[in-house]
Design a protein. Structure first.
Ligand code: AMP
Length: 174
């Protein structure tokens, strides 16, 4: 099996996607390789197996893939954070600033019990804006955020600054 530090070469860089100037980290090349996918999930599992997590919280859409595999391995529940209008039951919402405009994320009001130990998982930490918003959403649920884990961290964007106060880990750093 591969070592986690060998995974960076299997992620595909796609320049100018979805717009000019962005180098998109395409994780499909990692997901479609059984050995790499397993190595990545096992590395995250290694970080959190002793953290007594109750629920993994993940964000649509690529976060669902990583979050679901990890929740299965950690033997925890899986909680979905989705774009506005996608969740069918009563929700809490959070609106946050994007480069241009705003976006709104939602979670089901009954998704998390008060004080339960949650782990937030996403594919890429870029500016940190999305996950900072998710952390505020989880405060509305009175969750205890025990960790925030990413498959990839774009360190040059300093996303960790927006997540101050939370333990953040990432498997692959650029
Ligand atoms: P951010 O809020 O800036 O940390 O990024 C939010 C989401 O955008 C991440 O969860 C990724 O799914 C996606 N994203 C941002 N930058 C990139 C990138 N360079 N390559 C791939 N996905 C990205």
């Amino acid at each position: 099996m591969k070592k986690a530090n060998m995974l960076s070469s299997i992620i595909r860089d796609v320049p100018d996607f979805p717009k000019k100037g962005i180098i998109f980290k395409d994780i499909t090349t990692l997901l479609q390789d059984a050995d790499s996918f397993k190595t990545a999930i096992d590395a995250l599992y290694g970080q959190y197996k002793k953290a007594r997590i109750d629920s993994v919280v993940c964000v649509e859409a690529r976060g669902f893939i990583i979050g679901a595999a990890l929740a299965y391995k950690l033997n925890t529940g899986l909680v979905l954070v989705r774009k506005k209008g996608k969740l069918p039951y009563k929700t809490y919402s959070i609106t946050y600033a994007l480069e241009y405009g705003t976006d709104t994320l939602q979670i089901h009001q009954d998704a998390i019990n008060k004080n339960s130990r949650v782990l937030i998982i996403d594919d890429v930490l870029a500016t940190g804006g999305t996950i900072a918003a998710v952390s505020r959403l989880l405060k509305k649920c009175k969750a205890n955020i025990c960790g925030i884990g990413f498959l990839i961290e774009l360190t040059f964007l300093n996303g960790r600054k927006k997540l101050k106060g939370y333990p953040v880990t990432s498997i692959i750093k650029y």
